[in-house]
Write a protein that binds this ligand. Sequence first.
Ligand SMILES: [Zn+2]
Length: 185
Amino acid sequence: MRNGGAGAGEAMRRTGRLRRVLKWGGLVLSLLIAAAWAVSIRWEVGQRVWDRPRFYLRAGLIAGRLVYAYDAAPRPTPRRSFWFFERNPWPAQWFLEVDKWGNLWSISLPLWIPFLLVATPAAILWWRDRRFPPGHCQHCGYDLTGNTSGTCPECGSLIRIREQQSDIAAMSEGGHLPPIIEAGD
Ligand SMILES: [Zn+2]
């Protein structure tokens, strides 16, 4: 993965940026999907098509699912489609369904599926990048003040001493604090 030399630093910076984009993008998208789910429990939102004598949903959010319908036999008759926003009378729906009425196909995708697909990798990235304050175990967050054993007593991770005495001196106003310790990877 490393190119070696100056290229490695550049590649790592790019990876860091991509990682931030994925973390934040995944978080925002997860929240949007969750919000869409919450809205769809109370309201039906989408587009309907009037195709005489039928009247069907083309696409929309209903009762926790994204519904899309497709008419496999388009006719030359003009269709009118319009957006709607109405109270949803149905209880929350959790299953993936593919239905067919005549030439009309519909697929109903429960929103927990895209939510899990987006939120799981984002949560893993956030979990892996979590940071505890200096002086705490970077694996479990245990306060390591005064620890000289080189091992976190809570989770057993190895700790490496970091040269941050200058930061400590600045923060402690001349007090005598132990060096900041950080768990090694
Ligand atoms: Zn620990």
